[in-house]
Design a protein around this ligand. Sequence first.
Ligand code: GAL
Ligand code: CA
Length: 336
Amino acid sequence: MKKVLTFVTVLLFVFALAGCTSDDGVVTIGANIYTFNDNFMNGVVRPELESYAQELGVEIDIVDSEGSQATLNNQVDTFISKGVDVLVINLVDPAAAGTIIDKAKDADIPLILFNKEATVSGVMDTYDKVWYVGTDSAEAGIIQGEMMVADWQANADWDLNGDGKVQYVLLKGEPGHPDAEARTVEAVKAFTDAGIEVEELAIQPSTTWSTTEAGDTMAAWLTTAYADEIELVISNNDGMAFGAIQAMTNASYDIPIYGVDALEEALAKIGTGDLNGTVLNDGVNQARATLDLAVNAANGVDVLDGTDWVLDSETETKAVRVSYVAVTADNYEDFQ
Ligand code: GAL
Ligand code: CA
């Protein structure tokens, strides 16, 4: 009897460690990345989701939505029919949050949205078991802007035509994406807030955050009549900055350029002076917060249980926002 009891105790302990739902065994998570073709999401967030799931003893299935919201909708249906305990979803179209929330709600499965925040106002209030994990989109632009203003003020020779204004081009990323929109506004606003006039020479109306596409755009800009007037390249992510840097190298230009994300390669490029600065988008902590909330939600306990995460008190109450950090030539080594 004693042996049996010990065995049962051990089993219970193992299940407790593994994190178990009320009904059965190990927590199963149905997850996606909006496209595996994204430097930050595929290179930083996805590997951390996988390794942290292992550390937590939960099962995660991460599928590639290949940039198609229709594909993601089908993937969510499949996860639901398989009976996953929780959904961890990276929207393709941030305006389509309602569709996913409705599916989760109908199936009574908790849902964590991450990285791409829903853009439909009030949609997060339509389900009590949906939360968001990401950042404060504007913060990256504010930090990037402050960095650029400080460098502009310290380098009088950056004002090539000496008119006191910043003639810039901007690589925006995905239109309608809260990060792309907010970063664009805030990065430029930092100059005007500092009393520095700006002139936008061109902005990339691209649908992606891709290196190749940004490289082609920058290469094209460098063949225009205003090519020699470009004094600054603002890039809303590092991936696009890499393309622009390559295009500048090919055309023998060396224009100050700033990114966002702080990818490994970006840190290396700060070291070589090819990139002037970036902003750490802390994908590791975003992945960890996402899974912490997901596992708690699956277990039916308070999503913040046993964690240090806090819910955003300023905008709404159902989002965890991980902070951005400025990365310059002075501190990039700390992030390598
Ligand atoms: C942003 C990131 C971009 C891209 C995007 C995808 O936060 O800075 O590089 O990964 O998310 O939604
Ligand atoms: Ca100027």
